[in-house]
Design a protein around this ligand. Structure first.
Ligand code: NAD
Length: 264
């Protein structure tokens, strides 16, 4: 199927480099004809994002740090001025202090709890509210989550709590905006080697565990996530909203390690 996203314009938030999940999603969308705008967090990342955007035919780049709400407003204003409307957004943003992505969840500090929640969870709600104003003909919104939201994963700690709240936000936003023809979904991706992923202690061990214990016996790639995102952001999924869609080689359905893994 070709041209699934022809005529659609969307905002991609969260490309840091060519390993980013948001980059996998961007490639899949651009290959189907989508026109993309990108945000980047700070000038150093901007230098990496600019050539990537050019690869998918975009010169529409905007700085944005979601801790600074004025920068979010400026992004929305720039899109309104240049495009006048928006068909989709991708929110692939997460952050927590690395020093708390190890050890006990119980030791999470108040400051890092708040910061993690604002950047990794509430920013989606703040962006959704603003983006919805540009979706007068309906639209789609997508965020990224991880299975540490519903089950305990070592070291994921406060990010797991933030992702649980993010997933609940997806359901509430889907209910809020359904009558306006705006769909809101999340992809729960299996572990992938990225900048953010590397911040979690023992990330390598988690990758190897999922590779050995998921039904497909492999980890997922940013292109796997990109193709599923294409489905959720295109009209192919027009009956789907409020969904947490797992792209994790099936790991979430398992209840114990495989017998091969137990025997080795
Ligand atoms: P990444 O490091 O490539 O992307 C994270 C992005 O968040 C970066 O572009 C960074 O600039 C942005 N960001 C962080 N703080 C920000 C702020 N204050 N303002 C604006 N942007 C900010 O890593 P990734 O793994 O591609 O992460 C994308 C999303 O996918 C995150 O929400 C992450 O939690 C989620 N996720 C990752 C994995 C994984 O294993 N890598 C698995 C499941 C879900």
């Amino acid at each position: 199927m070709n041209g699934l996203m022809n005529g659609k314009r969307g905002l991609i938030m969260g490309v840091a480099n060519n390993h980013s999940i948001a980059w996998g999603i961007s490639k899949a969308l651009a290959a189907q004809g989508a026109e993309l705008a990108f945000t980047y967090q700070g000038e150093a990342l901007g230098k990496r994002v600019k050539p990537l955007a050019a690869e998918v035919g975009s010169d529409f780049l905007l700085p944005c740090d979601v801790e600074d709400i004025a920068s979010v407003d400026a992004v929305i204003a720039a899109i309104k001025e240049r495009w006048g409307r928006l068909d989709f957004i991708v929110h692939a943003i997460g952050f927590s202090d690395k020093s708390e992505l190890k050890g006990l969840y119980a030791d999470t500090t108040r400051d890092n709890f708040s910061r993690t929640m604002v950047i990794s969870c509430f920013s989606f709600t703040e962006i959704a509210r603003r983006a919805a104003e540009l979706m007068s003909e309906g639209g789609t919104m997508l965020t990224l989550t991880y299975g540490g939201s519903t089950r305990v994963m070592p070291n994921y700690n406060v990010m797991g709590v933030a992702k649980a709240a993010l997933e609940a936000s997806v359901r509430y936003l889907a209910a809020d905006y359904g009558t306006r023809g705006i769909r809101v979904n999340a992809i729960s991706a299996g572990p992938i080697r990225t900048l953010a992923g590397a911040g979690i202690s023992d990330a390598r061990a988690m990758l190897s565990w999922q590779q050995k214990n998921s039904p497909l016996r492999r980890t997922v790639t940013i292109d796997d996530v990109g193709n599923s995102a294409l489905y959720l952001l295109s009209d192919l999924s027009r009956g789907v909203t409020g969904e947490i869609h797992y792209v994790d080689s099936g790991y979430n359905i398992t209840s114990m390690p495989t017998l091969e893994a137990l025997r080795t």
